[in-house]
Every structure is written in C-alpha cells, then in structure tokens.
Design a protein around this ligand. Structure first.
Ligand SMILES: [Mg+2]
Length: 126
C-alpha cells in the first residue's frame, strides 16, 4: 500500500538546537523518540523525508555517520512525490506530504488577519 509521505523538519526536531545555530555545524542532542517514530513509520511502509533549509548533503552525511538502522539519501531533483521506503529522503524542497512535523509550524485552520497576527507575535494588535 502506497501512503503519502511524512515530512520531518531537522533542526529542533531530529536534534535539538538548544545552543542555537552557532557556525551551522550539527551538534545538538539527537531526539531518540523522533528516530524511533521514523523507524516505526518506515516499518508501516510510510515514506519519510527530512525537509530542511540546510544543504541536504550535510544532513545525509551526518545521518549516515550515526548508528541508525536506516540510511539517508538526497532526494533526486526530479522527484516530486517521494514514495521510497528503502531510505530516508532529504531535501530542501517542500514536497507534498500528508503531514509536516516541524517545531516552528503553525497549523492554519482558516484564521483571519487577527488570528494570524496573534499566532505570529503572540499578542493582539488589531
Ligand atoms: Mg526547526
């Protein structure tokens, strides 16, 4: 059965960013719960990809140097629907997915201008 992919953000999800961006190196503590969830989704034959503004090769090199059960690969630039479960895909492009798991996301449910500004800055100004 082919299911739509689940996308994971990298910084702040797969590893923490508690010490900030610094020089762009990947140094955060790995979030083992997220890694376990990725394994579980993969077992269910649900494709998983990582979508990040970082260079995909940096994430792939980092991922493949960990002791993870699955390997990661950069998603080919011609791929639009990622549906591979042999590996974890990595891309900078916002590909179609059934869900994006991101520490900075806001689930939009039709809010008006006021609701959007409130979500963006945490207070009402209009
Ligand atoms: Mg993030």
């Amino acid at each position: 059965m082919n299911k739509n992919a689940i996308a994971f953000d990298f910084d702040g999800v797969i590893h923490d960013l508690n010490d900030g961006w610094q020089d762009g190196k990947i140094y955060g503590k790995i979030n083992q719960s997220v890694i376990e969830a990725i394994y579980e989704l993969n077992k269910m034959k649900i494709p998983v990809f990582i979508c990040s503004s970082r260079a995909p090769s940096q994430i792939v090199d980092w991922w493949n140097s960990q002791d993870f059960r699955l390997k990661a690969k950069v998603i080919d630039k011609d791929t639009f629907f990622f549906n591979d479960t042999d590996y974890i895909g990595v891309t900078q492009r916002k590909l179609p997915a059934q869900l994006y798991i991101d520490d900075r996301a806001y689930k939009y449910t039709g809010e008006d201008k006021k609701g959007i500004i409130l979500a963006a800055i945490g207070k009402e100004v209009i």
